[in-house]
Every structure is written in C-alpha cells, then in structure tokens.
Design a protein around this ligand. Structure first.
Ligand SMILES: NC(=O)c1ccc[n+]([C@@H]2O[C@H](COP(=O)([O-])OP(=O)(O)OC[C@H]3O[C@@H](n4cnc5c(N)ncnc54)[C@H](O)[C@@H]3O)[C@@H](O)[C@H]2O)c1
Length: 353
C-alpha cells in the first residue's frame, strides 16, 4: 500500500452509478483516478480516453497496481462478493455500492473477509453524507425532538422508466426493485438516525412494470419507534425524511439545500415565527448551496462526502462508517421486507436469513 498524501483510485463498473462517483473522485484534491474497468469494451474505452487513465477489461489488472489504493465497486450486486474478496485480498480500501450482496450468506462472507484483512471498507449509503440528514441526526442525538414516535421517508425517482435502465435493478433476485435496491438506503437511515436496530417489518409492493416498482415498507425499531418508507422507481423525483417526536418534528427535503424545517409540538403550521426561521435558515444555507451547486447539487455532493470520508479513514487509520456490518444489517431488513411482501404479514428481521 502506498502512503503518500494523494491516493490512487480505480473504479470498477462504469454504468449509471459511476456518473455520481466519477465526478466525486475527480473533484477531490487528495484523490487521483488511475484506472477504470468495465466488461463493456466501448464504455470502458470511452471513459478511459476521456480521463486519460488505464483501461482494464479485467478488474484484477487494477487490483495488481501498487499505485491504486482505493477501489470503487460499482457493478451489479451479484458481482460485489467476488470483486470485493479479490480487492480485500489485494489490500485495497473499498467503496462498495449497495446492496452489498444479494444474499445474507454472501454478506456474511464479505464481513468476515473484511474483518480478517486490513482494508477500510465504506458502503455507498450516501444519504448519511447529505447535509440535512447530518443535521437531523444531531437534533435526534441531542434529544431536541423529544421521544421519537414516527420516522418516515419518501423516495421517488423516474430512473427505471428509461428503456436503457439496467435489468438487474428491476429484478428482485439480483438485488433490484424498490424494496431492496432503493429501500436499503432507508433501512440504513432508520438505524443511523435512531441509533437502534430494525426489529420487524411488513411491506406491500406494486409490480406492474417490474418487481416492486413501488413499495411501502413499515416497521418497528428495537427502541419502539415506528418507521416507514415509501419508494418508487417509476415516479417523479422526491426525497423527504421526517421525524415526529413528542417535543417537535423535523422534516428534511433532500432535493432542496434549505430543506430542513423544525416545528415545535403545539405551535401549529404556517405561523409567522416559522416563516422567519425558514428565511433565516435559507440565508444561513446559502454559502453551502453555492458550494454544492458547483458539485452538481446536494445529492451529488454526498458522493464527495463518501469518498472524502474513506480517504480520511485511510489517512488517520480508523474504520469508516457505514461499514459492511451496516450493509449487512440493511440487507437483512430488505430480505425480511421482501418476504413480508410475499406472505402479506410481519416478519422479524432476525428471521430473514
Ligand atoms: N448509491 C446510489 O445512490 C446508487 C445509485 C445507482 C446505482 N447504485 C448501485 O450501483 C451498482 C451498479 O448499478 P448501475 O445502475 O450503475 O448498473 P449498470 O448496469 O448501469 O452499471 C454496471 C456496470 O458494471 C459493469 N460490470 C458488470 N460486471 C463487471 C465486472 N465483473 N467487471 C467490470 N465491470 C463489470 C457493467 O458492464 C456495467 O457497465 C448497483 O449495486 C446499484 O444498486 C447506487
């Protein structure tokens, strides 16, 4: 492993997700893109040429290079285990896209290999790096909202309406469909925000175009809070998180830089005070908005946060979060939710394996 300040990066998989990771890696001063890999020769050649980096039809070529320290595994979920095991054996540090695997058995093998090796591994749960989510977590941690009764998330994207959208993201068995591929972000967020494990879930899905194109997954955390996530892979863009506590509620709109609103219990909606505090928040957030807009907006900027966090973990020798155990935990919830959707009942997450 090299030790200089600038870390070399190799990206494996140059499809849709690379459209977020590539700009993040290219834009961070401590990172240098060294090489890329994809099975699709035309895609590989185009990206390698555009950035003047090594083109590796076989990802193992990147793993053999001593000038590559960090590797992004941005391939379909069914391939994550093999590539991640090889990368850990080669001593590389990793960003692994979600879901980390397609089964809990694969996830367990991945966790075990990482814990035996020296690699720092960070799962691409980028919502944790969104500014409004960080603020909401701080509010929850300091008890500003009181006891949390309900946490609800709403995520919708029209991405999968595109005829060129990849088939694996539509196929439950390959880790696709909203219950798994979009849902895992939220099951992770439930635990991250509430500091508690998910105990049980139930789910309903709508599968007209493909598996679970839209879904509603609800559950109960070990701490007792009720949680719910509505997701769609075929709907207009939306991204909201709301925590409702005994003292106040906090609502975050992740598509708006100023989109965090805190309303005290009993204060009613639309009061003058609220509008003023909203204006103050808008002004306070402006410098961040200008910065974020340079990097493609708040959501895209979260990928910079992810890569910067991994680089920091390597430089200062700590385990980055979310790690593979968090990836495994949210996959267990996704599998339990899939089963709950199929049987039409509630499934304990501990029974998901
Ligand atoms: N974090 C996020 O917000 C986010 C967003 C979109 C997708 N994803 C995740 O990213 C992953 C990839 O999804 P996508 O939509 O980019 O898929 P995609 O099909 O668009 O791209 C995957 C690419 O990997 C390549 N590939 C497959 N096997 C390979 C191998 N062994 N070696 C090298 N290249 C290989 C394919 O040729 C393809 O170009 C999935 O796990 C998905 O869930 C995450």
């Amino acid at each position: 492993m090299r030790t200089g300040r600038t870390l070399g990066v190799g990206l494996i998989g140059l499809g849709y997700a690379s459209g977020f990771h590539l700009p993040a890696v290219l834009g961070l001063p401590g990172l240098r893109l060294v090489g890329v890999s994809d099975r699709d020769p035309a895609r590989l050649a185009a990206v390698a040429r555009r950035h003047s980096v090594v083109a590796a039809p076989d990802y193992r070529t990147l793993l053999e290079r001593p000038d590559i320290d960090l590797v992004g595994i941005l391939t379909p979920p069914a391939s994550h285990l093999e590539i991640a095991l090889d990368a850990i054996a080669a001593g590389k540090h990793l960003v692994v896209e979600k879901p980390i695997a397609t089964t809990l058995d694969e996830a367990d093998r991945l966790v075990a290999a990482a814990e035996r090796g020296d690699s720092k591994v960070c799962v691409a749960y980028v919502l944790r790096f969104v500014r409004q989510v960080r603020t909401m977590r701080a509010l929850l941690a300091e008890g500003a909202l009181g006891e949390i009764e309900i946490l609800r998330c709403l995520a919708s994207t029209p991405e999968m309406l595109s005829p060129t959208a990849p088939g694996h993201r539509r196929d439950r068995m390959q880790g696709g469909g909203s219950v798994i591929e979009l849902g895992v972000h939220h099951y992770d967020l439930w635990s991250h925000l509430l500091g508690s494990a998910v105990a049980e879930v139930n789910a309903v899905g709508r599968s007209v175009r493909f598996h679970d194109q839209s879904s509603v997954v609800s559950g109960r955390m070990a701490c007792g809070t009720l949680v719910t996530t509505c997701t769609s892979l075929c709907g207009a863009d939306q991204y909201q998180v709301e925590a409702i506590g005994s003292r106040a509620r906090a609502s975050a709109s992740l598509l708006r830089y100023d989109g965090l609103e805190v309303v005290r219990a009993g204060s009613g909606a639309g009061l003058g005070l609220l509008r003023v505090s909203g204006l103050a928040r808008w002004v306070r957030g402006l410098p961040h908005a200008v910065r974020a807009s340079r990097h493609g907006g708040t959501f895209r900027e979260s990928f910079r946060g992810l890569w910067a966090h991994l680089a920091d973990a390597v430089a200062r020798d700590f385990q980055p979060e979310p790690g593979l155990r968090a990836g495994r935990a949210s996959l267990a919830v996704a599998i339990a939710a899939s089963r709950a959707g199929a049987v039409g009942g509630t499934v304990r997450v501990a029974d998901a394996g």
